[in-house]
Design a protein around this ligand. Sequence first.
Ligand SMILES: Cc1ncc(C[n+]2csc(CCOP(=O)(O)OP(=O)(O)O)c2C)c(N)n1
Ligand SMILES: [Mg+2]
Length: 802
Amino acid sequence: MLMTSSDSRQDLSILAELERKVLWLASWTIHNANHVRDSGDGLKVGGHQASCASLATIMTALYFHTLRPQDRVAIKPHASPNFHAIQYLLGRQTRDKLEAFRGFKGAQSYPSRTKDTDDVDFSTGSVGLGVAQTLFSALAQDYVRSHGWGLARPEGRMIALLGDAELDEGNIFEAMLEGWKQGLRNCWWIVDYNRQSLDAVVREGLCERYQNLFRNFGWDVVLLKYGALQQAAFAEPGGDVLRRWIDNCPNQLYSALVFQGGAAWRKRLNDEIGDQGPVTALIERCSDDELTALMNNLGGHDLGSIIAAFDAVDHDRPVCFIAYTIKGYGLPFAGHKDNHAGLMTPAQMDTFRKSMNIRVGEEWSRFEGLDHVPAEIEAFLDRVPFSSAGARGLQAGHIAVPAELAVTLQPRMSTQLGFGALLNELGRSDTAVAARIVTTSPDVTVSTSLGPWVNRRGLFAREALADTFKSERIPSTFNWEFSPKGQHIELGIAEMNLFSALSALGLSHVINGERLLPIGTLYDPFIARGLDALNYACYQDARFILVATPSGITLAPEGGAHQSIAEPLIGLAQDGLAAFEPAFVDELAVILAFALDYMQREGGSEQSEQNWLRDETGGSVYLRLSTRPIEQIKRDMTPALRQSIVDGAYWLRAPGPNCQLVVAFTGAVAPEAIQAVGLVAEDRRDIGLLAITSADRLNAGWTAACRARERGLIHARSHIERLLAGLPRHCGIVTVLDGHPATLAWLGAVNGHRVRPLGVEHFGQTGSIDELYRYYGIDANAIIAAAQVIAPGRPIRYLGAA
Ligand SMILES: Cc1ncc(C[n+]2csc(CCOP(=O)(O)OP(=O)(O)O)c2C)c(N)n1
Ligand SMILES: [Mg+2]
């Protein structure tokens, strides 16, 4: 858009006005939320005016000049007001939302794909995650295009705007390493190098370290250190001395002088440089204001330099721009080390308003206080490439999923083996669903049973690479060649990368307009390692299946912290993630077919009357699986059973009318529950055995039905309420799972039954499954002992015999 013509000068002067406007609107939005609107709750936290000011120039250049509709951006979370202001200027954000910033249903404090209405590309908030998301989105784009999809659309750039202290987050470096391995392209990271974090001024010399680091990983590094004013001054006689002084000035001192302004600059420069002829003359020629402008004129606040640097990139290699900026640029607390949460006082805001030529009452007017006439600015805004293509979120069609997935049941098998067999069958099939599946795993592909699938579908890389073991004729179970058509993305061990990758792949339908069905596998305990990235993946409504295996103390010989305890509770609590823990492989087949469909749904949020879940909205799925081989049940998969498995539970043995005891189990402890019920049957009447495939969905349905009844829908019944409806009051429930007992303890609250929840509360041990189940009290005997107490009656004769 910009050329070296009078047109471009005109554009640049409009951009400069828009930059001021962005600074004003972001500052005013925050001010309004804190000082004008009064929520009455006494919360006036989180200024972020300084952080927004620091990025105002760069974001103006980016959004009003550089970005194309196909580009996608993750914004430093606390620069959210800048984004909303820019969208407002482009007519894509409403004044109501800005006025309600940080308020109920207002523009969000941190950019949110799901909660904001102005086309946020990636949700950010937890620093570091959005940055990695852009990298994996670039890889996801390459994956899609390598498979021949979406080629009609131009390639986009995946861009992160990050704070310099954001680079403290290790997940960024984990992502960089992965990006290097995978041949990353089309990714830009723009560092807002204001040398300040929340509490502190950053260490000296960080910039050099960053540069080396990025170059080591194959990135192009572009330094935006000096603005045009400074560059012009350096070219003058004595300018080299000034430049050397700036380069050697410690970060703390530079910040302090920025805060103090012109007179302080002059004194310090004179004191330190002394009387050196040309440079002294250069300084003396400037008024205090001019000196302030000169010393504040860092690269990240010079529109012309920024635009030129962006325009100059003529390749698709990853680029890191390090832009020197001033935190609080243009505001009264610029440079002050305490400015992170700083808010302008009403008096300061008034002064600022006047300096912007904005009349009282016209604070929200888009063109108030600008020199250009509105028509000129409107015409410019109409030409902005970023907003030339309508809504940014794309859509993709639904891939049909067969109602039944083929799997051959062995008499004894584990759910993990079943998962491997199911994917192997899918891999053999020539179906659309198989073609759209993309698997990925952080170095546990084989040990989570993905090997046979990868043998069939191959590893993904943009460039083909043969398996040397194969070409050398060395026998191996695995024949893994890299090719652009491969369907497994091999990741290094970093679990944060797994979840960032799933987040990116799981948004492909929105970003690339091409649906992927991502399946990621890892060991269950290591979910905790990537939990925040998982949370953000769910928050931005990425769609994927997470297969976590092995799990629990059933992973007996591995011992200790390799045995997951809390993960079932994560499954219960994590929004956007439907958690299942099947016991039998036929259940898993049903659940996987459901999951492949569920992850594609984008319907309304009406609750279904059958289970009170909002199943039409869809979501991601977590399958907690096990390596324990257990005896499989030979049975017909009836439609009713299929539905119950999906809804979360079914009676493996239906309770009789005088039921004294229910044993409810989840997952790998099925044999213990079955055995216990058999042994108790002689001494307690009409025992029920409840197989729970999803504590998460049962729980969600129950609370939703409760809410519905409280709203007056008195007939609302959830699946678990229906299952437990016929149980007599005196019936006791023993719940058992290989995980934290609280996962199922709530079952008693559904209809007021006593519950004894069994599970694992303490770190694991090495041992055999029998030893550990006994030690932690989830074996048949522990179930019987619990039954004896909770369902009083004559002594259970097999207590101690199991
Ligand atoms: C994971 C995480 N930890 C802590 C925070 C709180 N936090 C928000 S901004 C910030 C400092 C960021 O500094 P920088 O990235 O340099 O941005 P600047 O404030 O300079 O704009 C911190 C610690 C967060 N948002 N996310
Ligand atoms: Mg900073």
